[in-house]
Ligand binder design. Structure first.
Ligand code: HMG
Ligand code: MG
Length: 313
């Protein structure tokens, strides 16, 4: 039997965090509604990070409040998650859940917190103003609070193939960070090819490195710079990876992975991922017509935001 594959939609988080112009909260909520109709296993809604670092997602609490009634109206909503860098972010996530519980009777609007670190010291420093070890220390109270509230914890490891500042990353570094995350008690590891440098060979090495140190479920988070994402997806399927992230229309990128001469690349497009998985006979939960509609909606949303805020000629 071909495996059932989990798809996490990261459009509203990774997809929008690198947009040159702010997308309004109302437009994000409209986009969220189209994404909710696709049938994703999981939707990463936003980030509870510093708005000084990521102004594009400074409306995390407002966005959650805006779509909570839509989520409450769904019979079986997808699992919703959000990025959290530290205890302050976790407290904001928990307050959001508390409001949704009080106002819409939702047990947990957000039932997963996603922490993030890297296999590259330089990238960890640029992205979180902390060493890898310091990011892991910050996760301790986050994980404890998640346990108390009955939430799951995903842990991203960025730059598992290459770092925009350090170059190629050794699989041993990936293994080391994954082991330390597993020891902290996270529920899932998400391997991020932050700058889309992966090839089937390097993705295989990174996945094997992670699988060598943990039995936790592993998700693959590809950015698609050189058009090799599909080959990388096939390589990951051969290693029994059954969970992938993607973004509508391939939007996205981490602003702190950009260098003066290269802007961070977008995520693998969800339609490309879905096509690759279907070609391999995998079972997907998504409605392809609803996905097409959501991808068109995402394109229109960012195009409108860019045009509306372009300086007058
Ligand atoms: P810092 O400046 O070192 O933090 O940033 P701090 O603790 O010194 O606090 C400075 C200010 O930020 C204070 O405010 C804090 O209250 C505030 P002030 O007193 O100056 O007004 N602050 C916060 N505000 C809101 N929410 C919070 C929070 N924490 C502190 N949670 C920090 C450290 C981690 C906060 C910062 O570096 C940050 O927010 N970084 C986020 C960067 C980010 O979101 N990058 C993109 C996501 S990662 C990614 O895209 C990769 C991924 O897709 C996988 C892949 O592709 O590889 C996941
Ligand atoms: Mg990313």
């Amino acid at each position: 039997m071909p495996p059932a594959i989990r798809i996490t939609d990261v459009t509203l988080r990774d997809g929008l965090q690198n947009e040159p112009r702010l997308v309004s909260t109302t437009d994000k909520a409209d986009l969220a509604r189209t994404l909710l109709a696709v049938g994703f296993d999981e939707i990463e809604l936003t980030s509870f990070v510093s708005a000084r670092w990521i102004p594009q997602l400074g409306d995390a609490t407002d966005l959650c409040a805006m779509i909570a009634p839509d989520v409450a109206a769904l019979g079986t909503p997808p699992l919703l998650s959000a990025l959290v860098p530290n205890e302050k972010g976790m407290q904001a996530l928990l307050a959001t859940n508390e409001t949704a519980r009080r106002e819409h009777n939702l047990t947990n609007l957000l039932s997963k917190a996603s922490v993030f670190t890297a296999a590259s010291e330089t990238f960890a420093q640029k992205n979180t103003n902390a060493s890898i070890a310091q990011t892991l220390e910050r996760f301790v109270p986050v994980i404890a609070l998640a346990r108390e509230a009955g939430l799951q914890v995903r842990a991203y490891v960025s730059c598992v193939i290459a770092c925009p500042f350090e170059g190629p990353i050794a699989p041993a570094q990936v293994a080391d960070v994954c082991k330390r995350l597993a020891d902290l008690g996270v529920d899932e590891i998400d391997l991020g090819d932050t700058i889309g440098a992966g090839t089937p060979e390097t993705v295989t090495a990174a996945v094997r490195a992670a699988q060598g140190v943990t039995d936790l479920p592993i998700t693959l988070h590809l950015h698609d710079t050189f058009g090799r994402a599909v080959e990388c997806i096939f390589a990951a399927l051969d290693l029994a990876i059954a969970s992938f992230d993607a973004s509508a229309a391939g939007l996205g990128g981490c602003p702190y992975a950009s260098t003066p001469d290269k802007r961070a690349p977008g995520n693998v497009a969800t339609s490309l991922l879905a096509g690759a998985l279907e070609a391999r006979g995998c079972t997907l939960s998504i409605d392809r017509a609803a996905l097409d509609a959501a991808e068109s909606h995402a394109r229109r949303t960012v195009t409108r935001a860019r045009a509306a805020q372009e300086p007058a000629p």
